[in-house]
Design a protein around this ligand. Structure first.
Ligand SMILES: Cc1cc2nc3c(=O)[nH]c(=O)nc-3n(C[C@H](O)[C@H](O)[C@H](O)COP(=O)(O)OP(=O)(O)OC[C@H]3O[C@@H](n4cnc5c(N)ncnc54)[C@H](O)[C@@H]3O)c2cc1C
Length: 426
C-alpha cells in the first residue's frame, strides 16, 4: 500500500462527520483519521454546565440510534439531556383517523428521544478530544484528485493551501455539499415546494412525552417533547411545513399571531400555545445520490441523502450508514486492504442500499400521501391511519421505521456475525 500523510480525511465535522470519526476511533483505533471542518472548534467543548436553550434546534433520535450511541460509549452522557418519546400520535386535521404508538407496546422505555443539536455536538466533541483523531478547524477541503494508492486532498487553512494524501476521502459536508458538486456526483433533487419552520414552543398542557405528527391540507407538522428528560414539561420542538407564501405570512406575524396561527393548524391537544422561540426555516427538497461511492471517495450524511424532516429520519438513517461504513473499513484494515479500494466502498453501498431506499421511500410517501388533498387520497388516508391502529402488522412496520430498527446494524467491534438485524424490539 502507498505511504500517505493520513489514512482517512473526513470533509465536514458536523453530526455525520464527527460521529464517523468517533466510531472509527472506537472500532479501528489504528486508523489515522483527520477531520477538516470549516467552523472553528467550539471553545465550550466541555459540556459540564449545559442547559437546554429555548431556541436551539433539536433532532429526534430513533431507538436504534440510542443503541448505536450506547455502543460508541456516548449514550450515558447524551441521555442527560435527551427527552424520551414514549408515545407517537399521528393525526390528520379535519379527518377521522388517528393512530397512537406506545413504547410500552414494544416493551421499550421509549420509542426514541429528542436531543438539542448543540448538545449532541458538545457530547461528540468532548469524546473526540480524548481520541487520536486530528481536527483541522477552521479549514476547508476544496478539491480532491485521485493518486496511485489513494487521493490527494487540497485543504485551505488560513491563507494557505496545502495537499494531504490519504487512502480515502469521506465527504460529510452537508446537504448543499459543494464537494459533491465539485467532484461531479450525480444528484437527484426534488423540491417539495415547502419550507420547514423550526422553533421551540411552550404550551398550556404538558406533552406527556408524546410526539405529535399532524397532517394538514397546508402541509405536515410535528411537535416533539423537549426539555427535561425526567419531568414531562410544557415545551415542545416544532417542525412546521409551509409554502413560500404561507411562510412569508407567518414570519410577518407577531409572536402572539404565530401562536394563534399554530393553534388553528394544530388544535388543542397540548392546550394553548403560550410562547414561540426564535424561528428558523429551511427549504425542503429530497436529495439523493444513487452512486455515493467511487474509488477513494464516499459520500455520507446529508451529502448522500437529505430527507423531509417531518418523519425525523435523516440523521438516524445517516447513523446506520456510518456504522456500515465503519464495519467495512474495519474489515478492510484487518485484511490489509486499502480503505479506499472501490470493492470496500461498493460493499458499504450495497449493505446500506436497501435501508436508505426504504427510508427515503417511507418519508417521501408519508409526505405525499398525507400532503395530498384529493378525495381518493383522503379516503385512503383515513383507512391508512385507522388501519394502522387496526392492523397490527402495518402499525408494527410504522413503529419499526419510527424507532429506526428496520435497517441493518453493523457490528463495529467485530464481536460476532458481521451484520445483524435490529428487529428484536418489535
Ligand atoms: C429542519 C430540520 C429538522 C431535522 N430533524 C431531524 C430529526 O428530527 N431527526 C433526524 O434524524 N434528522 C433530522 N434532520 C436531518 C439532520 O439534521 C441531518 O441529517 C444532519 O444534520 C446531517 O448532518 P451532516 O453532518 O451530514 O451535515 P451538516 O450538519 O450540514 O454538517 C456539514 C458540516 O460540514 C462543514 N463543511 C461544509 N463544507 C465543508 C468543506 N468544504 N470542508 C470542510 N467542512 C465543510 C460544515 O461547516 C458543517 O459543519 C433534520 C433536518 C432539518 C433541516
Amino acid at each position: 500500500m502507498a505511504t500517505t500523510d493520513t489514512d482517512l480525511i473526513i470533509a465536514g465535522g458536523g453530526l455525520a462527520g464527527a460521529t464517523l470519526a468517533l466510531a472509527l476511533s472506537r472500532a479501528v483505533p489504528e486508523l489515522r483519521v483527520t477531520v477538516v471542518e470549516s467552523f472553528p472548534l467550539s471553545p465550550d467543548a466541555v459540556p459540564e454546565d449545559y442547559q437546554p436553550s429555548y431556541d436551539s434546534r433539536s433532532t429526534a433520535l430513533a431507538w436504534g440510534s440510542r443503541l448505536i450511541f450506547e455502543e460508541l460509549g456516548l449514550w450515558q452522557r447524551l441521555s442527560e439531556h435527551a427527552t424520551p418519546i414514549e408515545h407517537i400520535h399521528v393525526s390528520d386535521r379535519g379527518r377521522f383517523g388517528a393512530t397512537r404508538l406506545n413504547a410500552s407496546d414494544h416493551s421499550q422505555p421509549a420509542l426514541g428521544y429528542v436531543a438539542d443539536n448543540r448538545w449532541l455536538g458538545l457530547c461528540l466533541m468532548r469524546e473526540l478530544l480524548a481520541t487520536g483523531v486530528q481536527w483541522l478547524a477552521p479549514a476547508e477541503v476544496v478539491d480532491m484528485t485521485p493518486q496511485p494508492g489513494g487521493v490527494g486532498v487540497s485543504i485551505k487553512e488560513g491563507g494557505d493551501l496545502r495537499t494531504l494524501t490519504a487512502q480515502c476521502l469521506v465527504v460529510a459536508d452537508g446537504g448543499r455539499s459543494g464537494l459533491r458538486e465539485k467532484l461531479g456526483f450525480q444528484v437527484r433533487q426534488q423540491s417539495y415546494g415547502q419550507n420547514a419552520l423550526i422553533a421551540n414552543v411552550s404550551t398550556g398542557e404538558s406533552h406527556q412525552f408524546t410526539a405529535f405528527e399532524r397532517f394538514t391540507s397546508a402541509g405536515p407538522m410535528a411537535l416533539l417533547p423537549h426539555g427535561s428528560p425526567r419531568r414531562a414539561g410544557n415545551q415542545s420542538a416544532l417542525v412546521w411545513t409551509l409554502t413560500d407564501e404561507a411562510l412569508a405570512e407567518v414570519l410577518s406575524l407577531s409572536d402572539a399571531g404565530k401562536c394563534q396561527r399554530l393553534q388553528e393548524r394544530f388544535g388543542w391537544r397540548l392546550g394553548r400555545f403560550n410562547r414561540i422561540g426564535e424561528c428558523s426555516h429551511y427549504p425542503l427538497t429530497l436529495t439523493t445520490v444513487d452512486e455515493p461511492v467511487r474509488a477513494g471517495v464516499a459520500l455520507v450524511g446529508n451529502a448522500a441523502h437529505a430527507l423531509h424532516p417531518v418523519a425525523g429520519q435523516g440523521f438516524n438513517l445517516a447513523l446506520r450508514g456510518l456504522m456500515t461504513l465503519v464495519e467495512q473499513f474495519r474489515l478492510a484494515q484487518s485484511s490489509g486492504r486499502s480503505i479506499g479500494d472501490l470493492r470496500v466502498l461498493r460493499r458499504y453501498q450495497e449493505q446500506h442500499r436497501q435501508d436508505w431506499q426504504q427510508t427515503v421511500q417511507f418519508s417521501d410517501s408519508l409526505i405525499r400521501v398525507f400532503g395530498d388533498g384529493s378525495v381518493p387520497i383522503l379516503a385512503a388516508r383515513d383507512v391508512g391511519l385507522v388501519g394502522l391502529d387496526m392492523l397490527p402488522g402495518a402499525k408494527r412496520w410504522f413503529a419499526r421505521k419510527a424507532m429506526g430498527t428496520g435497517g441493518r446494524r453493523a457490528d463495529i467491534h467485530g464481536r460476532g456475525s458481521s451484520v445483524g438485524e435490529l428487529s428484536g424490539h418489535e
